[in-house]
Design a protein. Structure first.
Ligand code: AHM
Ligand code: MG
Length: 329
């Protein structure tokens, strides 16, 4: 059995001249993930212990789990010393880490994605993306996090589901670790993850059907058509937590779509800390990630919280969706 810590140190040798900074950063993220996992697992108990009011037993204001997750990830990234700035879904502006002037890395993070699912005991996740800072001789700034997804040096997610898993890539394949709560360690459980080239699951909020572009409507009809040889109709599975939906499709084969709708002309999900990291993971596992027309990882970001339509998963299915978008939009 190999723990995440052992694995990260072993893999450091893949990078010539590595000084261990990225390894330490990944380790810090792993530690914060364990703390958040513990709290997520206790979420339902709060009512029993009477801690869901505005004030908890210590007299502190009770925080939402998304705020809690944000604080713990920021604090882990700040104390580790390898990160100089963070773009977080929870905070409007770029967070500059005090004392991080010499740190080489910037992180984009969604500390608790799908947090609306917490109250009903459904899986949620954390998504993160790591970039090298552009220029160590000038103060870190927004430009450092507005890099194309292809510049990510590492990306990953944590899925807090029936078990907690951390999945990450440094551009040399994808590996998954399951948290063993009895020893408090992430253990390598899914080495060299590969997404099937095709699949029979499609994941989309079909309630928005009337607001979808024609290409997406055609794709849904394609997925629902009977075709014995290709295994259609497909299975529809939508949890409403991007991490959980993409994780399932990564293992079983399928496509996750959050296209533009009339309410969200650029889709709902955020490029920096939702689409790009998931796109890197999916590509590294052999799949594809597109905004319907172009590779997500090649989009030049212009704002921290910018949104982007997303079609990601098994290569054949994403290509089919892109084709239909091209013909019918
Ligand atoms: P959040 O960042 O506010 O949690 O929203 C992101 C989530 C994704 O995890 C999920 O796939 C999507 O929103 C669900 O949206 P919808 O309810 O519109 O289907
Ligand atoms: Mg989110």
């Amino acid at each position: 059995m190999q723990t995440l810590g052992q694995f990260i140190i072993e893999k450091q040798a893949d990078f010539a001249f590595a000084k261990g900074e990225l390894s330490r950063l990944l380790r810090d993220i792993g530690i914060a993930a364990k703390i958040v996992s513990r709290e997520v697992n206790k979420a339902g108990l709060m009512n029993i212990y009477g801690e869901t009011g505005d004030v908890n037993v210590q007299g502190e204001r009770q925080k939402g789990l998304d705020v809690f997750a944000n604080e713990h990830f920021i604090s882990a990234l700040s104390s580790g010393g390898e990160c100089c700035a963070v773009a977080s879904e929870e905070v409007n502006e770029l967070i500059i880490i005090p004392g991080g002037e010499k740190a080489k890395y910037v992180v984009c993070i969604d500390p608790l994605d799908g947090s609306a699912n917490i109250d009903v005991n459904v899986g949620v996740g954390t998504i993160f993306s790591i970039y090298r800072r552009l220029d160590l001789s000038v103060p870190v700034g927004v430009a450092d996090v507005l890099q194309q997804g292809i510049c990510q040096v590492a990306a990953g997610y944590v899925v807090y589901g029936s078990s907690t898993m951390l999945v990450y890539t440094t551009g040399k394949g994808v590996n998954g670790f399951t948290l063993d709560p009895s020893i408090g360690e992430f253990c390598l459980s899914h080495p060299g993850m590969r997404i099937p080239a095709s699949g029979s699951i499609y994941s989309i909020n079909e309630g928005n059907y009337v607001h979808f572009p024609d290409g997406v409507k055609r794709f849904i009809k394609f997925a629902q058509q009977e075709n014995f040889s290709s295994g259609r109709p497909f299975t529809s599975r939508y949890i409403g937590s991007m991490v959980a939906d993409v994780h399932r499709n990564l293992i079983l084969g399928g496509i996750y779509l959050y296209p533009s709708t009339s309410a969200y002309p650029d889709g709902k999900l955020r490029l920096l800390y939702e689409c790009n990291p998931m796109a890197m993971i999916i590509e590294q596992a052999g799949g594809k990630a597109s905004d319907g027309f172009r590779r997500i990882l090649e989009i030049q970001p212009t704002a921290i919280h910018q949104r982007c339509p997303v079609f990601c998963g098994s290569a054949e299915l994403v290509e089919k969706a892109e084709l239909l978008m091209h013909w019918h939009s």
